[in-house]
Design a protein around this ligand. Structure first.
Ligand SMILES: [Zn+2]
Length: 503
């Protein structure tokens, strides 16, 4: 007995030493790259061009026929007149009347091109929220050095800033080595079928293979991680999938004075309760594991010890994630019951009951594995389960954090935003929402989802919400980011030795 206790004590001691060694030897994944002095910009010309873009009501609608083609054409005209060198020197195509595709040929056609994506459409503003906006949502007005309006964050700022940067580079006689596509879709907010998907079909016909795509998605977020006060550039290396299932129960008709033991609404309700009671299992998918790995060495001591020993503390970390809906959605496929319909009158037994459940799918699973699990959980043949027609997507593949695109984003973030003593960290992460970039997976080796937007966690609800706005200074930094990023693309690429060993 004594020797068993001794053995256990020795084992525990070894585990403790092992975890501490892991913590002490965990390399930092952050780049030691200093900020470069900010390029001077003509604020008085650049800012009004974004304001004008905000004023044009390029709204997305679920019904394609409701798109106001003219407002998109007005935005195109504004772009062509704002950026005369782009209009003259780049090849431009208008796709399905409202999307734009620019091509900037590189000097070395042995290199795969890259694509910079943003979208021109914005979501509508709910009329009952108008009185809570500090400035009208399509005014582009500036209050306290912030530009207000739909698209200031999502994501006319990205479209206009990338074009500003290219115009400046053209004016300076810059010649890219790698060809660059600039793709500006018009229906991202409703799935991108007529914009991004049509653009990809064209590129596919021309056998274009992209080295990487840089689209919107993550941002530079303050207070993104407990224990870290530095801003963190969240670079999306994957996005969750999306599907909805309808559950239908059909029963014989009958009179409410003589009800059977089980009725349509009851049968369907029990199926839905089973879905609530048996959530999808939690796990650390690659992007979330990488997220922890990239930030582990920057955490304060006890958290650092936990995050550098995932092999031991994974259950604790998963439990911590699950305690919060936002974090929980990062570690599992979520199921949200969103619609329920049945019944016509208080004294008539309904013959049908129907519900819809919306799923956001974790990488590693598919729409089909979701269906298989729900059939098993419901376990009732009277409940018919079908895919809801309409928007759907499997989770994206996970892009390489050691690849050219990721490392260029990380480097350019440091060069642009490490100013006045600040150090911005970077990390791969899993995007909860969807972007136009999903359509590019068949023609792009890697897809990164990141905009150089500097935002507080508390401001995130203004995206698609009230008082969407951007600091003027941040918008100018976005121009600097894209300018530097395209410049960096011309540099020879050496994978960082420390990072390439990050597995
Ligand atoms: Zn967007």
């Amino acid at each position: 007995m004594k020797s068993l206790a001794k053995t256990i004590a020795v084992l525990l001691l070894l585990i403790a030493i092992g975890t501490i060694v892991n913590t002490l030897t965990h390399p930092s994944r952050q780049l030691a790259v200093a900020g470069i002095p900010p390029m001077s910009l003509e604020r008085d010309a650049i800012v009004p061009r974004l304001q004008r873009a905000i004023q044009l009501k390029t709204l997305s609608h679920d019904d394609n026929r409701l798109f106001d083609t003219q407002s998109f054409k007005d935005l195109h005209a504004h772009i062509f007149s704002s950026f005369p060198l782009i209009a003259q020197q780049l090849e431009v195509e208008v796709v399905n009347e409202m999307s734009l595709l620019f091509f900037w040929p590189g000097s070395d056609d042995s290199l795969n091109p890259v694509a910079l994506l943003n979208h021109l459409d914005v979501v509508p503003v709910q009329s009952n929220t108008l009185d809570r906006w500090k400035a009208a949502p399509f005014s582009g007005d500036i209050i306290d050095d912030r530009i207000y309006g739909r698209g200031t964050l999502d994501v006319k700022s990205g479209a206009m800033a990338s074009l500003e940067a290219i115009e400046l580079l053209l004016a300076g006689g810059f010649q890219p080595r790698r060809s660059i596509y600039i793709a500006l879709g018009h229906d991202e907010e409703t799935g991108g079928a007529a914009g991004a998907r049509a653009i990809v079909e064209r590129l596919k016909q021309r056998n274009v293979e992209l080295e990487f795509v840089l689209d919107e998605g993550g941002a530079i977020v303050t207070n993104a991680m407990p224990g870290i006060s530095n801003k963190i550039a969240m670079i999306g290396v994957a996005e969750k999938g999306y599907t909805s299932l309808t559950l239908t129960v059909e029963t014989a008709s009958g009179h409410s004075s003589q009800p059977p033991k089980e009725m349509a609404i009851g049968i369907l309700s029990r199926a839905l309760v089973r879905i609530e009671d048996q959530p999808f299992p939690s796990r650390l998918s690659d992007p979330v594991r990488l997220n922890l790995e990239y930030l582990a060495s920057e955490l304060p001591a006890p958290l650092k010890w936990v995050a550098t020993n995932l092999w031991l503390f994974k259950p604790i970390i998963l439990a911590a994630f699950e305690g919060d809906p936002a974090l929980g959605s990062q570690v599992k496929t979520t199921a949200a019951i969103t619609l329920f319909n049945s019944g016509v009158k208080d004294n008539v037994l309904p013959t049908t009951a129907e519900a819809t459940v919306n799923f956001r799918i974790l990488p590693g699973e598919t729409r089909h594995s979701v269906m298989a699990r729900i059939v098993q959980v419901v376990d009732d043949e009277r409940v018919k389960i079908d895919y809801l027609a309409g928007f759907e997507s499997n989770p994206s593949p996970v892009s390489d954090y050691r690849g050219l695109g990721f490392q260029l984003i990380q480097k350019t973030v440091s060069e642009t935003f490490n100013q006045q003593g600040a150090v911005v960290y970077s990390t791969p992460f899993l995007l909860m929402g969807g972007t136009d970039s999903r359509h590019y997976k068949s023609i792009a080796k890697n897809i990164y989802r990141f905009s150089p937007i500097d935002i507080q966690v508390a401001e995130l609800p203004s995206i698609h919400g009230i008082n969407e706005s951007i600091r003027v200074q941040n918008y100018l930094d976005m121009v600097r980011f894209y300018h530097r990023f395209i410049g960096n693309l011309n540099q020879p690429f050496k994978p960082d030795a420390a990072i390439s060993g990050a597995d």
